[in-house]
Design a protein around this ligand. Sequence first.
Ligand code: SF4
Length: 249
Amino acid sequence: MTRPSPALTRPSPCTVNTVLGRISRHNRVNRAEAGPLAGRPGAWQGGERPGLPSRAVPTLAELEREVAGCTKCALAAGRTQTVFGNGDPHAGLMFIGEGPGAEEDRQGLPFVGRSGQLLDRLINEEVGLERSQVYVANVLRCRPPGNRDPRDEEIAACWPYLEGQLDNIRPTVVVTLGNFAAKLLLQTTQGVTRLRGREYPWHGAVLVPTYHPSYILRNGGGDQLVQMRADLVRAKQALVASRRYPGRR
Ligand code: SF4
């Protein structure tokens, strides 16, 4: 039984709630008749699904090639290059940020500026892992001009790529960095300050919201840095509990 999927690949201007509503509906439908990236049976459910056949999901390489030529939203016009995401494709732990900044746009890699250096340090100190042992992606794959906030239609247009990355990597722990990723994945209008401090069951995985490292840098550390460290310890504990901590899988 299939029914038409929401046109996530052809968004029109809309509110955050409209975007979230679309994604919510999208997650509930059989996507066999959806767009080219969403056209596969089954929705992202996280974790392992014993007994079910593997799905016809575009590989990360296929997704990255499509992203490199993507013009689905206005951000394509201003980018130097797309920033797909990188890290261990078999990672149990995946970080999802907001969108590329100037340095990321220049290098084509996520979290390579000062925010990335802070993120690397915190991953190392609190999770006990190297950056190469996790996977890092963003809500958007092209830089918003002047580092402005992502717009609803841009988030909607880019969602199928993030969904495809989740489908491939199948993390058991997802850490959202900042407001936009947390709101998108938890389908809420609450900000990260209210959301953080606990973990959320999320499609068979565990979602841990925390601050974006650029927010920590802007505010000089302090209480927020202590809280972010605690969030990452929470993520590590969830990763160990899921038996996906490197060396234990
Ligand atoms: S931000 Fe995403 S949807 Fe928009 S052009 Fe870039 S890759 Fe395509």
